[in-house]
Design a protein around this ligand. Structure first.
Ligand code: 2HA
Ligand code: ZN
Length: 267
């Protein structure tokens, strides 16, 4: 069967980036079994030939109305698919969906009828909000970083911006490259509409949020940028726990040093 990636270098590159990031998530140990999901908005890569493809599925209800997604196209990791398999064979472990004009349902259009991620409501709600805000973001990642998830098991770290300030203070790069910090979404049932709602609420203020005792969710201009933000936060968490395992609590940079950085980098 012909893939829609054939003779479409831009679309091929974007999905290649998703596969590359999927490989990183697996290598980092953040993507056990089918854990985590990635979606990217590819509407600007869609041409008339794709637009006229017959759907591979009946319309499927999303469970919410997303007014900014009318006619948009997304590449989504498939539900129950492994991140490590997405890395090697993205078009067999993910699919392209189109949001129907009712803004409440989607159809699968290519390459295979792979049902999208179980966290689709959260992912699509994030994309809807990103379009509404006009921030130009096109990517959303959800993954299970061991260090960051562990930290959400301590109630002390669930208060607003306690983790943000702790992680910023571990290494200057985190302050510079994750300038909005890390939001907290209190525990909700995975895949639920409540989780989707709480996530978009938190993303009004942050680009990366923790789903308490579950995982992290990050958005960005592209999939690499979203990944980088999780990566710098995880690096800080690693520094914190390395110091702790050496038997001491790390001092962290001072508020003044962080403020200097904010000024110097215009954050
Ligand atoms: O896709 O990580 O949260 C599997 C998950 C659900
Ligand atoms: Zn998850």
């Amino acid at each position: 069967m012909k893939s829609i990636l054939e003779n479409r270098p831009e679309l091929t590159a974007r999905i290649g980036d998703v596969a590359e990031v999927a490989g990183y998530l697996w290598q980092k140990g953040w993507a056990e079994r089918n854990g985590g999901n990635i979606t990217i908005n590819i509407t600007d890569c869609i041409d008339d030939a794709i637009r006229t493809l017959p759907p591979l599925s009946e319309p499927v209800a999303i469970g919410m109305t997303l007014p900014h997604l009318k006619g948009c196209y997304f590449f989504c990791k498939g539900t129950n698919r492994r991140m490590r398999d997405l890395a090697r064979h993205p078009m067999d472990n993910g699919s392209v969906i189109r949001i129907l004009d009712d803004c409440t349902s989607y159809v699968i259009v290519a390459d295979n009828p792979v049902r999208p991620t179980s966290e689709l409501p959260s992912h699509l709600a994030m994309h809807d909000q990103m379009i509404a805000s006009g921030n130009g973001y096109t990517a959303a990642i959800h993954t299970h970083p061991i260090d960051l998830v562990a930290m959400t098991h301590n109630p002390m770290f669930l208060h607003k911006d306690v983790l943000t300030n702790l992680l910023w203070s571990m290494i200057p790069e985190t302050r510079a490259f994750c300038p909005k910090g890390l939001g907290i979404v209190p525990y909700e049932m995975p895949s639920s509409l409540d989780l989707a709602q709480a996530t978009i609420e938190a993303l009004k203020e942050y680009d990366v949020v923790m789903w308490e005792k579950h995982g992290v969710c990050a958005v960005g201009k592209d999939v690499m940028e979203a990944f980088d933000q999780i990566d710098v936060l995880s690096k800080s968490a690693q520094i914190y726990l390395t110091a702790k395992s050496m038997g001491f609590t790390p001092t962290g940079t001072t508020q003044e040093q962080m403020d200097q950085l904010k000024q110097a980098f215009n954050l």
